[in-house]
Design a binder for this molecule. Structure first.
Ligand SMILES: Cc1cc2nc3c(=O)[nH]c(=O)nc-3n(C[C@H](O)[C@H](O)[C@H](O)COP(=O)(O)OP(=O)(O)OC[C@H]3O[C@@H](n4cnc5c(N)ncnc54)[C@H](O)[C@@H]3O)c2cc1C
Length: 563
C-alpha cells in the first residue's frame, strides 16, 4: 500500500508544485530541498520500504526484536546478490540495482568517496565546476558525514588484507598512504582506508537523513509502490499550454493508472523532476515522447505514448546515449598472513552477532572493504584515465579458502567506452553491449595498471590465484576482456546516460522542455570514484540551479529557457 498511508499531505487529487519520480539518493535529496523551499512536493517511488525507519521488515532471525531491517546492517550487504528480497529492480530493468526507498543507496556497499575537484573542473559544464560545488558538498557532508572507521567502538576489524595491501602498495610500489576524507583530490598512486556513509554502525544515506526531514513537513508526500509510466505533456488548448510543458505524470498504483497534476500558476509553473536512475530516467523520457526517433516510433506503435501526437515528439538521440559503468575485474589474492572473512546473513558468529546487537560494532558494522587505492594514466593534456582498486575481506567464486581475499579493479574517469540505454522487446531498459571495452584503449589502460601492480607484489605476501603473477600485458588484456565469473562483470555504477549539454541544460532541464528535469546519476559524467557521493552532490547543486539560488554560478531560476 502507498506509504505513509493516511497522511493528509498525500491527497493525490490535489495539485503539486514539484513531482519527483524515484526515491533514490538523488530523488530524496532534491525532494527534500524542494519541500524545504516551500514547494508542495510529491516523491513517487516504484518500490517499497527498505530501512527499518521506512517500514522495512525483511530481516534474518538474529535481528528479531530490533527495529533493524537487513538494509540497516552494513555487514549484510552482499546478501543482496543471493537473495534480492523485493528490494531490487528485478523485472523492471535488465540490470542490477535497488528499486526501493533509497534506490541503490539502500542496497549498496556504502562507499562514499568525494569526487576530486578535477572531476568537476574537467567533465562538468560551467556553474558546476569545483568552486561552484563547494557549498553543495558542505551541505551534503553536514547531513551525511563521511566515516573511515565504521565500527562505533573505534576498533578496526578484519585488517589482515589492509596490512598485506599496504606492504604491497605503499612499501613496495611507492603509493602514498592518505586519508581520502582529508585529501579527496589526489587520486594518483594513493592508498588508504575506504570512506563510508554509515551512521554509528548502521547504513546511513539520504533515506535516514533528508527523507526524515521531508516527512516531517506538511507540504511533502512520499508515495511508494507507485510506478510512473510517463510524464504528461499534452497540449491543453484551454490554457494554451504547449507540449514543452509537463503538466503531471501518469502513475500506476495497484494496477490502476492515475493522473497526478502539477498546479501551474503564473508565479510557479510547477515542475516534474525525473530521478529514476541512469537506466530508468532515460526510459521515462522515451515513454514521454522524448528520445531517439526509432525508439519513439516503437513505443507509439505499441500504444505506449498515450495520445501524444508525433508532432509533439522531441527527437533527441542523446537520451540514453553514452551510458557508463565501470568495467571491473576480480583478482583473487592469497597470502600466509591473510585471514579472510565472509559475512553471513543468517548465522553470524555468536561473538560478532552480539557485538553488533549490543553496540553496532564489529565486522557487521561495515560491508567488507578494507582498503582502496587509485592510480592514473595520462594520455595527454586533459586526457587522464582513472584506475581504482578496492580490497574486500573474502575470496570469490572458486577461490574461497581462509587465506584468500578479492581485489576489485575498475577503470573510472576518462575511459572511452560507453553504451546506450536500450529498451528491449518489453520496453524494459538495459545497457547495450558497447558499454564495456568497446574502445580498445580502455583494456590497454586497465591491463597496464594490473601489470604494474603485479610487478611490485611482495615476495611471500600475496599471490594472485586467477591470473598468473607473471602474466604478460597481452595475457592480462585478454583475461579482463573475456567474460568469466571474474571479468567483464557489471559493477552497477550506471551513469552518464542523459548528459549535460546534449540531453539536459546547465539547469538539469530536459532539452526542449520548460519544466521537466533530470536529477540523478544520468546527468553525472564518469567519475574517478564510486558514484553515489557525486550523485548526491549533484542533487544538492541541482536544487540551487532549479530554485535559482546559491552564490557563485547562481541558478537562473525555474522554467526560463536558457543555455
Ligand atoms: C549493488 C550495488 C552496489 C553499489 N555500491 C556502491 C558503493 O558502495 N558506493 C557508491 O558510490 N556507489 C555504489 N553503487 C552505485 C550507487 O548506489 C548509485 O550510483 C546511486 O544509487 C544512483 O542513484 P540515483 O539517485 O541516480 O538512482 P537509483 O539509486 O537507481 O534510484 C532510483 C530510484 O527511482 C525509482 N524509480 C525508477 N523509475 C521509476 C518510475 N518510473 N516510477 C517510480 N519510481 C521509479 C527506483 O525504484 C529507484 O528506487 C552501487 C550500486 C549497486 C547496485
Amino acid at each position: 500500500a502507498p506509504y505513509p498511508r493516511s497522511s493528509p499531505s498525500c491527497d493525490l487529487t490535489s495539485q503539486w508544485d514539484t513531482i519527483v519520480v524515484g526515491a533514490g539518493p538523488a530523488g530524496i535529496i532534491i525532494a527534500d530541498r524542494m519541500s524545504e523551499a516551500g514547494k508542495k512536493t510529491l516523491l513517487i517511488e516504484g518500490g517499497g520500504p527498505s530501512y527499518g525507519i521506512t517500514g522495512g521488515t525483511q530481516r534474518p532471525n538474529w535481528l528479531s526484536g530490533t527495529n533493524l531491517s537487513r538494509v540497516d546492517v552494513p555487514g549484510l550487504y552482499k546478501s543482496i546478490f543471493s537473495d534480492q528480497g523485493n528490494l531490487t529492480c528485478s523485472g523492471v530493468t535488465n540490470a542490477f540495482g535497488g528499486c526501493t526507498v533509497g534506490g541503490s543507496s539502500a542496497v549498496n556497499a556504502g562507499l562514499y568517496f568525494q569526487p576530486p575537484d578535477s572531476d568537476f573542473d574537467d567533465y562538468f559544464p560551467d556553474a558546476w565546476k569545483a568552486a561552484d560545488m563547494r557549498p553543495a558538498i558542505a551541505r551534503l557532508l553536514s547531513r551525511i558525514p563521511a566515516v573511515d572507521n565504521p565500527s562505533p567502538d573505534g576498533i578496526r576489524y578484519l585488517q589482515s588484507g589492509y596490512t598485506a595491501a599496504r606492504k604491497w602498495l605503499v612499501d613496495n610500489a611507492g603509493y602514498e598512504e592518505v586519508s581520502y576524507i582529508e585529501s579527496p583530490n589526489d587520486k594518483s598512486k594513493v592508498f588508504g582506508r575506504p570512506v563510508f556513509d554509515y551512521d554509528r554502525g548502521k547504513r546511513g544515506g539520504p533515506a535516514t537523513t533528508y527523507l526524515q526531514t521531508s516527512l516531517r513537513r506538511s507540504n511533502f508526500c512520499l508515495l511508494t509502490h507507485a510506478r510512473v509510466k510517463r510524464v504528461v505533456r499534452m497540449c491543453d488548448t484551454a490554457s494554451e499550454m504547449l507540449s514543452d510543458h509537463a503538466s503531471g505524470v501518469i502513475v500506476t498504483i495497484n494496477g490502476v493508472d492515475h493522473t497526478i497534476n502539477l498546479g501551474a500558476t503564473a508565479a510557479d509553473p510547477g515542475r516534474v523532476i525525473l530521478s529514476g536512475g541512469a537506466l530508468q530516467s532515460p526510459q521515462l523520457l522515451m515513454t514521454s515522447g522524448i528520445g531517439p526517433p526509432g525508439t519513439l516510433t516503437r513505443l507509439a506503435a505499441a500504444g505506449l505514448l498515450g495520445d501524444l501526437p508525433p508532432s509533439s515528439w522531441i527527437n533527441n538521440t542523446a537520451v540514453g546515449d553514452r551510458l557508463f559503468d565501470n568495467p571491473n575485474t576480480f583478482i583473487e589474492l592469497s597470502g600466509p598472513g591473510i585471514s579472510s572473512y565472509t559475512h553471513s546473513y543468517a548465522s553470524p558468529p555468536l561473538g560478532d552477532r552480539s557485538l553488533y546487537l549490543t553496540s553496532f560494532s564489529g565486522p557487521y558494522a561495515f560491508a567488507s572493504q578494507t582498503s582502496a587505492f587509485w592510480d592514473s594514466i595520462v594520455h595527454g593534456p586533459g586526457d587522464v584515465v582513472g584506475l581504482q582498486g578496492t580490497i574486500d575481506t573474502s575470496g570469490y567464486g572458486a577461490f574461497t579458502n581462509g587465506s584468500t581475499i578479492t581485489l576489485n579493479v575498475y577503470g573510472t574517469s576518462g575511459l572511452l567506452s560507453t553504451g546506450r540505454v536500450e529498451l528491449d522487446e518489453r520496453f524494459i531498459p538495459g545497457a547495450s553491449a558497447e558499454t564495456y571495452y568497446s574502445h580498445p584503449r580502455d583494456a590497454d589502460d586497465i591491463a597496464t595498471f594490473i601489470h604494474g601492480l603485479f610487478a611490485h607484489l611482495p615476495a611471500s605476501g600475496l599471490t594472485p590465484l586467477n591470473i598468473a603473477p607473471n602474466a604478460t600485458l597481452a595475457q592480462i588484456r585478454d583475461y579482463i576482456t573475456t567474460p568469466s565469473p571474474y571479468a567483464r562483470g557489471q559493477v552497477n555504477h550506471w551513469s552518464s546516460s542523459c548528459r549535460f549539454g546534449a540531453c539536459v541544460d546547465a539547469e538539469t532541464r530536459v532539452r526542449g522542455m520548460r519544466n521537466l528535469y533530470v536529477v540523478d546519476a544520468s546527468v553525472v559524467p564518469p567519475l574517478t570514484v564510486n558514484p553515489q557521493m557525486g550523485v548526491m552532490v549533484v542533487a544538492e547543486r541541482a536544487a540551487e540551479r532549479i530554485l535559482g539560488v546559491g552564490g557563485r554560478g547562481r541558478g537562473r531560476g525555474v522554467e526560463r529557457l536558457s543555455d
